[in-house]
Design a binder for this molecule. Structure first.
Ligand code: EPZ
Length: 434
């Protein structure tokens, strides 16, 4: 299995192009199931989760093809992929595939809306929490679906073959349930109103793509989304929005090492809350034409307390990276995780690098230290792994991060992007890494 080796201590300086957002690309790809026509997505990141979802969609009958690289194109530029679900050949999403990636459960919305039936494996728990699917079930029931749980599968049927518009009020904000019910409602008969909808930019991006496919949607990005269902949707072309979590991750990396990074092909308004926290921590952030310049020269890192919240609050997907940064702050920080109950697996690994962190339920108290010292550490989930990379960049000596397949799920060419900016980071592959 691959490992990543980092020799810490180099300041970062240079330009990093930000990829398309994984968490937008996945639901956009799933939206391709809603129409027999071709959906073209540009700026799709090259990630393990994207490749896995391609496999899952193929199983349902989706053909896909990639545009070849243009001569002289930056190898870091996103890919263009055409998806076409002319015929849905299978409405079952099997356990072997769904258990590998939770977001693949979301196919239940489009399959049910287009085919009147879907049989999708329950995704099971995952490292960051139990992550139930009750909001999906109640949401689809509100659209008229009959739903049973049968031997580990959610079996959903639309009586008469078509869903009916309805009113869905989520008890708690859920990104995935909002995506799923919104997609399902585009082909339902009549109006659907989703209350307490997720306001994440990825929901807005999906809605924009669905509208380009002929859907009628209002209010995406607010708490109330209204959808007027259509008989059919058609093909469209859509460019995936920039990855706000990747942007925030590199911003925290340079805040940690010192130096100056231009993060380009991104949009700072997608992560105002995280950038505000970084500014409070003493990091300089200036707007650029297509991104931001993030700089920290000389000055120390001030401690700032954060609590994770649904958008527009501080994202849970940046909590681990921010904790890595706060391990070097000049004082004590309290970090409260409110979205997932088990998203502190990086704590024990950061402690191996010399961090001082005390965990009490959903609150981590981080006491800043003068230095971190490199050590072998283990990646446990996507965002936790990258927090170890960030810490390793600022630690003295060698850090090796094992189980890096977690990183490959969500960070495109991480080592290349960082080494272009002066980091001493390399991938040790297979045999050589044991
Ligand atoms: C999305 O997950 C993201 N995944 C996550 O990113 C992100 O951390 C999360 O939203 C929160 O922002 C993708 O977009 C692919 P939720 P999702 O439903 O949709 C509870 C990453 O690292 N809940 O908004 O699965 C749930 O347990 C990943 O890229 C129910 O109780 O998250 C959690 O506590 C990890 N019942 C809360 O809601 C349900 O039926 C929010 O989860 C659904 C959710």
């Amino acid at each position: 299995m691959d490992k990543i080796r980092i020799v810490g201590g180099n300041a970062l300086s240079g330009t990093i192009p930000i990829s398309g957002a994984k968490n937008a690309a996945l639901p956009l790809m799933i939206a391709g199931l809603l129409t027999p026509d071709r959906l073209t997505l540009e700026n799709v990141p090259r990630l393990r989760d994207v490749a896995l979802l391609q496999r899952i969609l193929t199983n349902h009958g989706v053909d896909y093809s990639l545009d070849g690289k243009r001569p002289g194109q930056d190898p870091l530029a996103g890919q263009t992929i055409h998806f076409q679900a002319r015929d849905i050949v299978d409405t079952t999403a099997p356990y072997e595939l769904v258990s590998q990636m939770r977001a693949s459960f979301w196919v239940i919305g489009p399959l049910l809306a287009r085919m009147g039936e879907a049989r999708v494996s329950l995704p099971g728990g995952c490292a960051i929490g139990t992550r139930p699917v009750d909001f999906f079930i109640s949401g689809l029931k509100a659209l008229g679906a009959d739903i049973d749980i049968d031997r580990g599968y959610v079996v959903a049927r639309a009586p008469g073959g078509r869903l009916l518009g309805g009113r869905v009020t989520f008890p708690k904000v859920s990104v995935g349930a909002t995506h799923t019910v919104m997609m399902a409602a585009t082909l339902a008969k009549g109006e659907t109103v989703i209350e307490n909808a997720a306001r994440e930019p990825e929901v807005v991006d999906l809605a924009a793509c669905l509208v380009a496919m002929g859907a009628e949607i209002e209010g995406a990005g607010t708490e109330t989304i209204r959808i007027q269902g259509k008989r059919d949707l058609h093909g469209a072309w859509h460019s995936v929005l920039p990855d706000r979590i990747e942007t925030g991750t590199y911003a925290m990396a340079v805040a940690m090492t010192g130096g100056s990074l231009d993060l380009v092909n991104t949009a700072p308004e997608l992560l105002s809350s995280a950038l505000g926290v970084l500014a409070d921590a003493g990091v300089s952030i200036e707007p650029l034409k297509t991104g931001i310049r993030v700089r920290r020269d000389g000055g120390g890192i001030r401690p700032v307390d954060v609590t994770t919240e649904p958008f527009p609050g501080f994202p849970t997907d940046l909590q681990a990276q921010f904790m890595a940064l706060m391990t070097r702050a000049e004082g004590t920080t309290r970090i409260t995780e409110t979205i997932f109950e088990n998203r502190f697996m990086h704590v024990a690994e950061l402690v191996r690098l010399g961090a001082r962190i005390h965990l009490d339920g959903q609150v981590a108290t981080v006491e800043g230290v003068d230095r971190l010292i490199g050590a072998p550490v283990m990646a446990t989930d996507l965002r936790a792994s990258v927090s170890l990379v960030i810490a390793g960049l600022a630690a003295e000596g060698d850090t090796t991060v094992s189980r890096v397949y977690h990183l490959d799920r969500g960070f495109e060419r991480l080592e290349e992007k960082l080494s272009r900016c002066g980091a001493a980071i390399e991938r040790l592959s297979g045999e050589g890494s044991r």
